[in-house]
Design a protein. Structure first.
Length: 202
């Protein structure tokens, strides 16, 4: 996390030196929402973006970490209570384990449903048998919690992307709401007279 933040700060500083102020504000808002607003002097507005950004990062990182904890727990729980090796098993295998008390019960039901392609072969390390139904239910509950926290992390990633576009639009709005007027002195090459050029930057 610290490396990501350091990279963002360094990248922002490097690119900002190569751009005009208006473009810099937009770029900074894409890199870190609220930074463009802060540079423009809208500190209260920037603070709200910083708070939302921090919250989204906490949900993203926290959700992923908690999801991994639950995944590790339900796999260890299965090995302890269902006598199965979870190494190399895909998520669908965990789903099936959570719905059927044993490997034999699962295969029998799939055979009766004529879903032969979904039957697990014997002797491939896929056999399981729960010591009791309640432990299977506990396992399935942990699996679902792991999935839900993974979803929270993914939603937060989408929120982080959307948050950047919102900040960019906000900076564009602030620039248009507060037009900048500049007076540029110029010397005419034909007459030698000093002229002033008025620019209105929207």
């Amino acid at each position: 996390m610290r490396k990501i933040l350091l990279f963002i700060i360094v990248l922002s500083s490097f690119l900002s030196a190569q751009m005009t102020a208006a473009k810099t504000n937009k770029l900074q808002s894409l890199i870190l929402p609220g930074l463009g607003e802060f540079k423009m002097g809208h500190e209260k507005r920037a603070r709200s973006f910083f708070i939302r950004e921090a919250a989204l990062w906490l949900i993203c990182i926290g959700g992923k970490e908690v999801s991994n904890w639950y995944e590790s727990d339900y796999k260890a729980y299965a090995e302890l209570h269902a006598d199965v090796n979870m190494a190399g098993k895909d998520y669908l295998f965990a789903v099936n384990m959570g719905h059927y008390d044993s490997f034999t019960e699962y295969n029998d039901i799939k055979e009766r449903q004529r879903q032969i392609d979904k039957i697990y072969e014997e002797g491939q390390g896929n056999e399981w048998e729960w010591d009791n139904t309640q432990n299977r239910i506990n396992f399935d509950s942990m699996r679902i919690k792991s999935l839900n926290y993974e979803k929270y992390a993914r939603f937060a990633i989408g929120g982080l992307v959307l948050h950047r576009f919102i900040s960019l639009i906000d900076v564009i709005y602030l620039e248009r709401r507060n037009p900048k007027i500049s007076l540029i002195p110029q010397i005419s090459t034909h007459t030698g007279n000093l002229q002033f050029k008025l620019q209105l930057l929207l």
